[in-house]
Design a protein around this ligand. Structure first.
Ligand code: 26V
Length: 819
């Protein structure tokens, strides 16, 4: 690779400022410097990007198309510099110009084209694919507005539109020459083709939009590879201003224009909650149709036999959201490429694979037939036929068993079930952690597993250490490298070499000192963004993730209320100062989640302003939790709160980011926590609560009564009463009634305390006491924290991707030529 030339870089930045803004560098503001630096970085990337694509042309590798409604990329500039291995050099160059790279990085808005775990996983996977030299495309949507920005006003969440493209995106490239047409609605005309003795299906009376791709470079770490995230924008096909009057179809032109405008307007911000919105289905088909068409076009440039498409392409479906890909591929193969059903089916079932990311029933996608067939008439026909044949298979396997059909059919009860389609038509179904996959096999997808066990497999999630350690925690990264070299950057298991230092007093002190500095950095962020003073010597106890009942932020804050009661009752009590840090967005329509945010902020107001407790307790709700501030937060955490109701969190990936940064897990035996404990040892984590099996048993037998805990435990009773006695809502004692009711009042629809908060409360409190005890032992704590980091090797997304490649995708590495 070319060596970095500092003076040339500085000259280019100056030149960019001049060209972009007609200014000298002294006159430019920080945003302008960010743009100028980014364009300079992009220049470096472009050469590698072209080289990579040329090499792919030459070597003709198989591609994985990672199809996802969400890519939670965060900021690009710093990460690109990291992967180009030019971060420190550019930092120096900017120093010379009188700018701080960190401050310039802060000018970049996050690319927040995702909700949470599923979207961030997609982003980590792209990083690993490029770093491991695999040919890959991310396929998604270029939302005009990403995940909303969260403001906290009077303790409540306010959603503010995220106009992330306001200043333009210096890294993207518009590629109008690769545009595709996507058709909606109308009807299907069947025409007998005399010559080929088959029916042709022609969609007519439809509306269509032009899908225009924007390509975003995905830089591999220090290997010259640059892959592509291709996100589709929608444009009107006819410009109604010019054409409509002539063509006399004014309203239709207006409608098509609106369709194009609406489709890519905004990311749906509800995670794990399906609402059956028509626009959402339009989004799904829009980007899938464009992506599948593009993949076929690409294949046909080099290959003539479409029956072998699967040898050069595989589609990984990130949850059920992209599952229309199955039917779209069938449609193109049959209606446009002329294959018969069986031939097309063989290609499709060898191309598509499905990842499940949640067992939460409310996230299951089921589309009403009426909506689906109206919007996608040809696609619906194809799914009907897939369903008909699938039911034949079920009947053949389970003769006379109507129940199996009821439970497994793709179309049933007036609905199209996307998970069933994905399972029937894919060559693989995977869960995202061992426990999750077992639950899929034994509970949620039991019937499917029994019918086709060979399709089921596990791929435990992972995260990229390049963003979440190398970029996010430079002090720790440099320290690790100084001890064991930099092999861990591309081979994370090497970080286990740090284990030899866990009992070394000097190393312990250095490690704790780095943690302290990171806590100072976060404390500064909190001061500047929240106006709250926190003490970096206190224990930083952190829960950051989407706000959802199953994740139990409510249990965490109830426990804070309980601690506060204790401190008030026993001022003399020896209590190690603690800062409870929360960060979470609630889906805009999720009332109970939003009320939980208000509760957290209300408790914070009381506790933080009570001088009588001498700052022993602080509660901070970090506004607008997102990828960029997450990097600061993980680096500064002492304790990682992973406290979901066992069986509900498919994997979790935040848990891995904390571990990598040396924060022990305080958690339930759920998702990937199970595997984290396996790697680091139970004695280096704080595990509590019901097991997944116990939860499932309760659920199946209805034997849990939270009232027992309320009646028999006065600490619990007191905390719950404080939800309704105005303790934290003196102006409106009813404010938190719904949270109280959620724990105690059984409505006919759902059980009280669906997520077993009261059942787990006391064992959570006990585990929290263990945390405090362990933290007081300075050496013991340093050892435990360092061991967490040292044992995090399994949780790199490089390992996850390698498993996908070895077991499912079978890609070959593409090695770039030496320059
Ligand atoms: C569902 C829906 C329903 C329609 C509205 C928009 C929307 C957006 C997302 C989802 C599914 C979210 C599923 C999800 O994020 N699951 C998380 O996936 C992580 C990566 O595998 C995993 O670590 C988390 O445990 C799991 O909750």
């Amino acid at each position: 690779m070319q060596k970095f030339d500092k003076q040339a870089f500085i000259a280019e930045v100056k030149d960019n400022v001049k060209k972009l803004y007609r200014k000298n560098i002294e006159e430019a503001d920080k945003q302008q410097i960010f743009q100028a630096v980014s364009y300079a970085v992009k220049d470096t990337i472009i050469d590698n990007w072209m080289m990579t694509q040329k090499e792919y042309e030459k070597q003709d590798p198989k591609y994985v198309y990672y199809m996802s409604m969400e890519f939670l990329m965060g900021r690009a500039m710093g990460n690109n510099l990291i992967n180009l291995t030019e971060y420190d050099e550019v930092k120096e160059a900017l120093d010379e110009l009188g700018f701080d790279l960190n401050v310039i990085e802060d000018q970049e808005p996050d690319a927040a084209l995702g909700n949470g775990g599923l979207g961030r996983l997609a982003a980590c996977f792209l990083d690993s694919l490029a770093t491991l030299n695999y040919a890959a495309y991310g396929c998604g949507i270029r939302y005009r507005y990403g995940m909303f920005k969260q403001k906290i006003e009077d303790g409540y969440q306010i959603e503010v539109p995220d106009n992330w493209l306001k200043n333009g995106n210096p890294f993207e490239l518009r590629r109008p020459e690769y545009a595709k047409e996507v058709k909606f609605g109308g009807y299907v005309r069947v025409e007998y083709d005399e010559k080929n003795h088959r029916n042709n299906f022609i969609q007519e009376g439809y509306q269509s939009v032009r899908a225009v791709p924007f390509d975003i470079p995905i830089v591999g770490y220090n290997n010259g590879v640059v892959n592509t995230l291709r996100v589709w924008d929608a444009e009107a096909i006819v410009d109604f201003q010019l054409d409509s009057f002539n063509k006399g179809d004014y309203m239709n032109a207006v409608e098509q224009e609106n369709l194009a405008k609406n489709i890519v307007e905004v990311l749906y911000p509800a995670d794990e909650h399906y609402a059956g919105k028509e626009l959402r289905l339009k989004q799904q088909y829009f980007f899938i149709s464009a992506s599948v068409q593009a993949a076929i076009t690409k294949y046909k440039k080099k290959h003539s036999d479409i029956r072998k498409f699967y040898e050069k392409a595989t589609f990984q479906l990130n949850d059920t959201h992209p599952t229309v890909a199955v039917a779209e591929l069938m449609r193109i193969l049959m209606d446009e490429e002329g294959l018969g059903w069986d031939e097309a089916w063989e290609v499709t079932t060898k191309t598509c694979a499905y990842t499940n990311h949640t067992i939460m029933a409310e996230a299951l996608e089921k589309w009403p037939i009426e909506l689906f067939s109206r919007l996608l008439p040809r696609i619906y026909q194809i799914i009907e036929e897939i369903n008909r044949r699938f039911i034949e298979e079920i009947k053949a396997k389970y003769p006379g068993n109507q129940d199996k059909i009821r439970k497994m059919a793709i179309i049933y009860d007036g609905q199209v079930k996307m998970a069933h389609l994905a399972i029937a038509a894919g060559y693989s179904v995977n869960g995202v952690a061992v426990l999750h996959t077992e639950i899929l096999k034994k509970q949620e997808l039991k019937d499917f597993y029994e019918m086709m066990p060979e399709k089921f497999n596990n791929k435990t999630n992972g995260i990229t250490q390049r963003r979440f350690l190398l970029h996010g925690n430079p002090l720790l990264a440099k320290w690790v490298t100084a001890h064991i070299g930099d092999g861990w950057i591309t081979n994370l298991p090497e970080i286990h070499k740090m284990a030899v230092y866990v009992d070394d007093p000097k190393a312990q002190q250095e490690f704790m000192n780095i943690k302290y500095q990171n806590k100072v950095r976060l404390a500064k962020y909190i001061r500047e963004h929240n106006g709250i003073e926190v003490d970096p010597r206190s224990i930083f106890d952190v829960q950051v993730k989407r706000l959802h009942e199953y994740k139990r932020q409510l249990m965490n804050i109830l426990h804070v209320m309980y601690l506060y009661n204790q401190i008030k009752d026993h001022p003399e009590m020896d209590f190690y100062p603690r800062t409870f840090i929360f960060g979470a967005k609630a889906a805009a329509g999720y009332r109970r989640a939003k009320l939980t945010i208000k509760l957290i902020n209300s408790v914070a107001d009381v506790v933080n302003n009570d001088a009588s407790i001498n700052g022993k307790l602080k509660v901070v709700f970090i506004e607008d939790y997102r990828v960029s501030n997450a990097e600061l937060i993980f680096a500064a955490a002492d304790v990682s709160e992973q406290i979901s109701t066992a069986s509900k969190e498919a994997s979790g990936t935040g848990n891995m980011k904390f571990m990598l940064n040396g924060a022990p897990t305080l958690g339930t035996m759920d998702g990937a926590n199970v595997e984290i404990v396996q790697e680091v040892g139970k004695e280096n984590a704080f595990i509590f609560g019901l097991t997944a099996q116990q939860v499932i048993d309760y659920e199946n037998h209805g034997g849990y009564n939270p009232m027992d805990y309320f009646n028999n435990d006065q600490d619990i009773r007191r905390v719950l009463m404080q939800l309704i006695n105005g303790e934290y809502a003196p102006d409106d004692t009813e404010r938190f009634r719904d949270l109280y009711n959620s724990l105690l009042n059984t409505k006919s629809s759902d059980r009280a305390d669906t997520y077993f908060i009261l059942a787990d409360f006391k064992s959570y409190a006990a585990a929290q006491r263990e945390v405090e005890k362990a933290y007081r032992d300075e050496k013991g704590w340093a050892r435990m924290a360092m061991l967490n980091m040292a044992c995090s090797g399994k949780f790199t997304s490089d390992r996850t991707i390698q498993e996908y490649v070895d077991e499912l995708w079978h890609l070959d590495k593409v090695i770039m030529p030496e320059k």
